[in-house]
Design a protein around this ligand. Structure first.
Ligand code: ADP
Length: 641
């Protein structure tokens, strides 16, 4: 049994548990893959929109450069005086403009009180004349080793960056279009730049500006939150650590005006003044590099153009699952792809920083129905758990059945072994008597004549017993092979009982037992049955009464008729069958005590035979404890119609 349990555990239980664990693991992996696919999809949506915005800003810079060239061509040196006016006339997106000589002197406009020009000069004059350094934002350094191996390009970029020129870096998800400085058209060797912030008149912007330095993003994307939560921030395979949840990848840098314009002919720069964004475009005079034209963009106009980008159909079609929004530096929505959509703007699913020209601005994606994703995931998980539990339940149930049937088989095998022992014992007893009395008979000549008759009688009786025993074994083997033939015919059960009891009386008395009979007045009842088979049932029951209940002194056979059934009961006053065995005494080979232990011969097939014969007649046989002690075996047969 132990081996069976071991085989069962190794062959069924362990593989089943392993399969369940694998299924759960693969589900988790699948969820992770789906999650990362979703993240990548929406991240690429954000990146695409950010690229689109940077292209738009680049177009503005290009337009500015073209406009300056046209105005210079049209007006010649006069343009140094009325640049502000002309630019605003020709370009609705321009808020104010100025011309600066040598990075120290503003040639125009005049700060006439109350005008836009006055406000512009108030904000930017110090910077334009190099009396104040400002903080600008650089594209991030690459995060992965792969990108870092691109050394020559990187060195070139870093070289430019240290000179205050924002350049594009090839970081995978941050390929920002910040080539605001047309390096292809840069003059071959610009004048060497003075070391930043060391000029006597350059000073750091005031504390409130420094405090607004956008080192932290205005949003915390869920995807980055989970990166930090999962401890991936310390992943050793990344050369640079993943930034904490909402740290900006933009690098703030303090530069002065000359650093900004060094190394190029045109460009753009953004400043955050008191938290307010100012985008400045600049262009060098094509013929006189000492003159620089500066134009501030009208932020309201730029905002509405950006809103237009988000309203374009291809932006709206980016994803069915998510809405995209453009957020300003306060994480307030400037534009969105799904009109009327609202969310906790600072907690998007994923987001992309746009670039140095829109510091702290973000393109953010929000799941339209986050709960539906969770619900779908929950549903899949639940289904899998149900399947696993069903599988384990089936394994457990199947195993219980297998173990039970194996147990039954083993018990039956043990019982068969007992049976062989019991039968041998049963056969041996009459054979011993026969041999003993044959020997006595052989020497009987010298004895009294009465003795030899007595010996012959014993031999006859014992050989009869042997024959009956063998008949029973043969019957049982026929029954076992399903070959037992019955010849049913109308039969008077009372008459049969009277006959058998009559024949049995002598045997009962020999064992010290009185055999009584009770049948209904007028005979009957009538049944349809095989006479020999039913006689064998009654003989078996009477034989058992003699074997086990001789102490009771009396055994009665009672025949009765119910409304549709006839009953034949054999009632004794013996010890009865202990409760624990009552259900099993009709099983094949079952004995309460074996022959050797009890001293009573038997093979455990008598009652099994009775039950089979009863069933073949459409009836049944049952055991009941008799009140006051003893057994009642009742054969029940259908009445003859
Ligand atoms: P066996 O050959 O052992 O008699 P049976 O199938 O006839 O086989 O009986 C099965 C068991 O039922 C017996 O071993 C005995 O313990 C019990 N049994 C049968 N009849 C009686 C009875 N009248 N009184 C007590 N026990 C009985």
């Amino acid at each position: 049994m132990k081996r069976i349990v071991l085989v069962f555990v190794l062959a069924i239980l362990l593989p089943a548990i392993l399969l369940a664990a694998l299924a759960l693991r693969s589900l988790r992996d699948q969820e992770l893959v789906l999650d990362s696919q979703r993240t990548r999809l929406h991240q690429s949506g954000c990146d695409a929109l950010a690229d689109r915005i940077n292209l738009f800003l680049d177009d503005l810079r290009g337009f500015h450069s073209q406009l300056v060239e046209e105005l210079v061509a049209e007006e010649g040196t006069r343009i140094a005086e009325d640049f502000d006016e002309r630019v605003r006339d020709q370009w609705s997106q321009a808020a104010a403009a100025a011309v600066v000589r040598d990075g120290t002197e503003i040639l125009s406009p005049r700060p006439e009180p109350g005008t836009r020009a006055a406000a512009f000069l108030e904000d930017h004059a110090d910077f334009l004349t190099n009396r104040r350094v400002v903080e600008i934002y650089q594209a991030p350094r690459p995060l992965s080793r792969e990108v870092e191996t691109d050394t020559p390009e990187r060195e070139k970029q870093e070289g430019l960056a240290t000179r205050g020129v924002p350049v594009a870096k090839a970081a995978p998800s941050q390929k920002w279009k910040v080539e605001a400085y047309d390096r292809r058209s840069a003059p071959p060797a610009p004048a060497p730049v003075a070391a930043p912030a060391t000029d006597a008149y350059a000073r750091i912007e005031d504390a409130s500006d420094a405090a607004t330095t956008p080192r932290f993003r205005s949003v915390t994307p869920a995807q980055q939150r989970s990166l930090t939560e999962e401890g991936l921030a310390d992943d050793p395979t990344l050369s640079a650590p993943v930034p904490p949840a909402n740290l900006s990848a933009l690098v703030p840098e303090t530069v002065d005006n000359r650093q900004v314009t060094a190394g190029g002919n045109e460009g753009a720069v953004s400043r955050l003044l008191d938290g307010e964004l100012h985008i400045l475009l600049w262009k060098r005079h094509p013929g006189d590099p000492r003159l620089t034209f500066w134009t501030e963009l009208d932020l309201a106009a730029v905002r509405s153009d950006l809103a237009g980008i988000f309203a374009e159909p291809q932006s709206a079609a980016l994803s069915r699952e998510a809405a995209f929004a453009l957020l300003d530096s306060d994480a307030a929505p400037v534009a969105r792809t799904v009109s009327g959509f609202a969310a906790d703007w600072s907690a998007p699913f994923v987001a992309s920083e746009i670039g140095p020209l829109l510091p702290r601005w973000e393109v953010a994606a929000y799941l339209l129905d986050p709960s539906s994703l969770n619900a779908a995931a929950r549903r899949v998980r639940l289904t899998l758990w149900i399947a696993i539990l069903a599988l384990l339940g089936a394994v457990a149930g199947g195993s219980a059945l297998v173990l039970r049937s194996v147990g039954d088989e083993m018990r039956m095998a043990a019982r068969k072994t007992d049976f062989v022992g019991n039968v041998s014992h049963e056969l041996k007893t009459p054979l011993t008597s026969i041999r003993m009395f044959s020997e006595l008979l052989g020497g009987a000549e010298s004895q009294e004549p009465g003795k030899s008759r007595q010996y012959a009688e014993v031999i006859e009786r014992e050989s009869g017993r042997l024959a009956r025993l063998i008949d029973r074994l043969l019957d049982f083997s026929k029954l076992d092979r399903g070959e037992m033939r019955l010849n049913p015919a109308p039969l008077d059960l009372g008459g049969l009982a009277r006959e058998i009891v009559g024949d049995f009386k002598g045997q009962g008395e020999a064992a010290g037992m009185k055999v009584e009979l009770s049948i209904p007045d007028g005979g009957g009842p009538q049944v349809s049955g095989d006479r020999d088979a039913l006689a064998q049932v009654l003989l078996n029951l009477l034989g058992n009464a003699v074997k086990y209940a001789a102490s009771g002194g009396v055994v009665s056979v009672e025949v009765a008729a119910g409304p549709d059934r006839a009953t034949l009961s054999v009632v004794d006053r013996g010890p009865g069958v202990p409760r624990a065995h009552q259900r099993r005494i009709f099983e094949r080979f079952y004995r309460v005590d074996d022959s050797i232990a009890s001293g009573v011969d038997g093979s455990g097939i008598g009652l099994a035979l009775c039950r089979h014969i009863a069933a073949r007649h459409g009836g049944s046989i049952r055991y009941e404890t008799r009140k006051g002690g003893g057994s009642v075996f009742t054969l029940e047969l259908p009445l003859l119609a």
